[in-house]
Ligand binder design. Structure first.
Ligand code: F6P
Length: 359
């Protein structure tokens, strides 16, 4: 008997089901032993409280195109891992107990940074774990790409595309807020794909003088409108120079709903332009996975299944230089993959005239 456990943890994305389908179909097709599948509900919560479903091939058929997660998900912050649940249950011992009780041969964890850190902790405790790189943010260290990212770029790009027509009609400046609190991968890619004039990401602190100058330049060049794409975590030079705790206080005390509104207000104060804000928000995590996302998710699932069938555990599936790879969990845990401000794509975007607010 080959007994596998699956869970999806952290913020959801479009290609979680496609990935699980890849894992399960590959294992069912290639295992010499009979396979038992346990799907834990709502992320690590299901593992802690022994909330699981026994699943069959049929449960994973027809879900390639279905967004969200058939298992449900939740956030179990790594920093609270050793803090007991409200009812006194100790998380790590409870997870280990469920794993042992079900006599699992392997646990597949589909998650982002925090979830992968927890997966590494479980590996440390002696469990057979394989992590798969999920997040629309693409900020998982050790892999060139995460599943969820390709779909999120498409949605964010479509939002920027749609804003163009109305911005043009009204000669407006639009500030569009794209997901990414700590890293700017989606705003960078969608901003370039959507033809933004200004892109502000957390990795490149901006000066408002430069942002306004870019908007004015565009007007002088004959542009009727301007598109300013800002990451959720866009940060000014002044804010970047603040102590972390003072900056956090400032963000917590924000009167406006989010950073895009702050930036829009500042632009309005410094120009005579009409400004509007658009925030696609969680639509960026919703709907069907894109074709590219389905392919990558499937590759991740197949590779994870291949590893498990070979009895190899303790790593995260990754893509490196276009090839599927494995990265030891202890190397991945706790690291974020940031956008390099001097990368080729940013250098090219700057040559094209896109402003990142830094010059
Ligand atoms: O981690 C994915 C992500 O969508 C981020 O881009 C975003 O900042 C955050 O999750 C939103 O979290 P929540 O769904 O908890 O509001």
């Amino acid at each position: 008997m080959f007994r596998i456990g699956l869970l999806t943890s952290g913020g959801d994305c479009q290609a979680l089901n496609a990935t699980m389908r890849g894992i399960v179909k590959t294992i069912l097709k290639n295992s010499k032993d009979k396979v038992e599948i346990f799907g834990f509900e709502d992320g690590y919560q299901g593992l802690i409280y022994g909330r699981y479903r026994q699943m069959k091939w049929k449960d994973f058929s027809g879900i390639l195109t279905q967004g969200g997660t058939i298992l449900g998900t939740s956030r179990t912050p790594f920093k609270l891992l050793d803090v007991p649940e409200a009812d006194g249950v100790e998380k790590v011992p409870a997870m280990i107990a469920t794993y042992r009780k079900l006599k699992l041969d392997v646990l597949f964890v589909l998650g982002g940074n925090g979830s992968t850190k927890t997966a590494n902790r479980l590996r440390d405790e002696g469990l057979n774990v394989i992590a798969l790189p999920k997040t629309i943010d693409n900020d998982t260290w050790g892999t060139d790409m995460t599943f969820g990212f390709p779909s999120a770029i498409d949605i964010a790009t479509k939002c920027i595309d749609d804003i163009h027509t109305t911005a043009n009609s009204h000669r407006r400046v639009f500030v569009i807020e794209i997901m990414g609190h700590k890293v700017g991968w989606i705003p960078l890619y969608a901003g370039i794909a959507g033809g933004a004039d200004v892109i502000l990401i957390p990795e490149i602190p901006y000066s408002m003088d430069n942002v306004v100058a870019a908007i004015e330049r565009r007007e002088k060049d004959g542009g009727r409108f301007a598109i300013v794409v800002v990451a959720e975590g866009a940060i000014s030079r002044e804010e970047a120079a603040m102590k972390k705790k003072d900056y956090k206080k400032k963000v917590a005390a924000r009167v406006q709903p989010s950073v895009a509104y702050d930036i829009a207000e500042e632009i309005a104060q410094r120009t005579d332009r009409e400004i509007r804000v658009a925030v696609p928000g969680h639509t960026q995590r919703g709907g069907e996975p894109s074709a590219q996302d389905r392919i990558f998710a499937t590759q991740c699932g197949v590779e994870a299944a291949r590893g498990a069938l070979a009895g190899e555990f303790g790593y995260m599936i990754a893509q490196r230089d276009g090839h599927m790879a494995r990265v030891p969990l202890e190397q991945v845990a706790g690291k974020l993959k940031y956008v390099d401000p001097n990368c080729e794509l940013i250098r090219e975007a700057k040559l094209l005239g896109i402003s990142f607010g830094d010059e």
